[in-house]
Design a protein around this ligand. Structure first.
Ligand SMILES: Nc1ncnc2c1ncn2[C@@H]1O[C@H](COP(=O)(O)OP(=O)(O)O)[C@@H](O)[C@H]1O
Ligand SMILES: [Mg+2]
Length: 365
């Protein structure tokens, strides 16, 4: 997949911006806060119909303005496609594909895939289970629409179920029929998500381990252990068993919204025992395996967005990535860097032709 043009209107710190891309590799250069990451985020928005950084659409509108528009012109295979995402304060967000309204975002997600490697990825290792679930949900959703549709059903009804549990506590009365009706939606979608997470991980692990060993030049056993309440029990039984606990605590205790993906290295948690270098290799291996999974499923390559990669990685791992770039593993690639000259130097040394875009305060110079 190739992004030919990116147009922004009142998106974050850009009033108006228009970039034309005719090469495979671009570097966005500029001081901290100039708007490099915001450009990558705009590409993420076109792909996922949301920002990778700020989940609040209102806060993605340029301060003092009322509406943002992000437009991308893609070439997928031999087809040109225009994607427009726009949001106006207080209104529903709009996603247009060649002028047609994508009323169901679930049908849009996965059509223009991106893989982003960013400094905040370290949260995947450090934070609680939610962020890892989000990572796998977002990845599997891009390659499996049924998964995404079921995830939406599950999340919506879980939210309603939890609101109902709170209401029961306020009213001092439990409406069992209402709970039962939510459970009838939650059970099949939860079971499907559990099965598909398991299935997906089987394929993903092979690629992931290989990337880890290549990046770290080691034989260490990198592994992802998927853990779910549903591993031992049916979701229907789990919900029945927890019913009274749920009433008392006013929330749903068990289900696939509690799953975790444990990151292990030689059977130990990377969070607790991994060195900084091991953690970095783990994260990049995750993203490269993501890239591979999407490429295999879609039969074309997603955009690869490398945010501040040179700051966060040591020379050995940068060389490994450059090798992958040089041997044509990736398609189109966007890199950001705050240090003048470095990006150009590294890529020129690797004999990679690169477009340079200099940014100052949301303007190209
Ligand atoms: N809604 C917004 N309106 C105006 N400016 C914004 C908005 N959201 C973020 N910004 C600004 O964008 C800048 C950060 O841009 P970013 O792309 O992260 O910079 P960097 O070049 O360091 O990657 C900050 O100065 C921030 O204040
Ligand atoms: Mg940045």
């Amino acid at each position: 997949m190739f992004l030919e043009r990116l147009t922004l209107f009142n998106f974050k710190n850009y009033a108006e911006a228009n970039l034309h891309f005719d090469q495979s590799i671009y570097c966005f250069l500029g001081n901290n806060g100039s708007g490099k990451t915001n450009l990558l985020d705009a590409m993420h928005y076109l792909s996922m119909t949301k920002s990778s950084i700020n989940p609040s659409d209102a806060q993605n509108i340029r301060l003092g303005e009322k509406q943002f528009i992000v437009k991308g012109e893609f070439v997928v295979g031999s087809k040109k496609q225009e994607v427009v995402c726009s949001y106006q304060a207080g209104q529903k967000k709009i996603v247009l594909e060649d002028g047609r309204d994508s009323t169901k975002f679930s049908e849009h997600i996965g059509k223009y895939p991106v893989v982003m490697i960013a400094p905040q990825d370290i949260e995947l290792i450090w934070d609680g289970s939610e962020i890892r679930r989000k990572f796998f949900d977002s990845l599997i959703s891009q390659v499996d629409r049924v998964y995404l549709e079921n995830l939406i059903v599950y999340t919506t009804h879980l939210r309603q179920r939890n609101s109902a549990l709170k209401l029961f506590a306020q009213n001092g009365r439990v409406d069992e029929d209402l709970l039962f009706s939510y459970d009838q939606k939650i059970i099949p979608s939860g079971e499907l998500i559990h099965q598909r997470r398991k299935d997906f991980l089987k394929g993903f692990l092979g690629a992931f381990k290989q990337h880890y060993q290549n990046l770290s030049d080691s034989n260490e056993d990198a592994y992802i252990n998927y853990q779910s309440d549903l591993d031992q029990n049916d979701l229907a039984d789990i919900l029945t068993k927890n019913r009274e606990r749920d009433w008392l605590a006013q929330r749903t205790h068990a289900g696939i919204h509690r799953d975790d993906f444990l990151f292990l290295l030689n059977n130990q948690e990377v969070k607790k025992f991994g060195s900084q270098g091991q953690q970095k290799s783990f994260l990049i291996a995750l993203k490269l395996a993501e890239f591979q999974a999407i490429t295999e499923k879609k039969k074309f390559k997603p955009l690869l967005l490398l945010d501040d990669i040179f700051d966060k990685l040591d020379d050995i791992r940068i060389q490994k990535i450059l090798q992958l770039i040089s041997n044509g593993t990736f398609g189109q690639l966007f890199i950001t860097d705050a240090r003048p000259g470095r990006c150009e130097e590294v890529l020129t040394q690797a004999q990679l032709k690169t477009g340079m875009v200099k940014i100052e305060n949301g303007k190209f110079v």
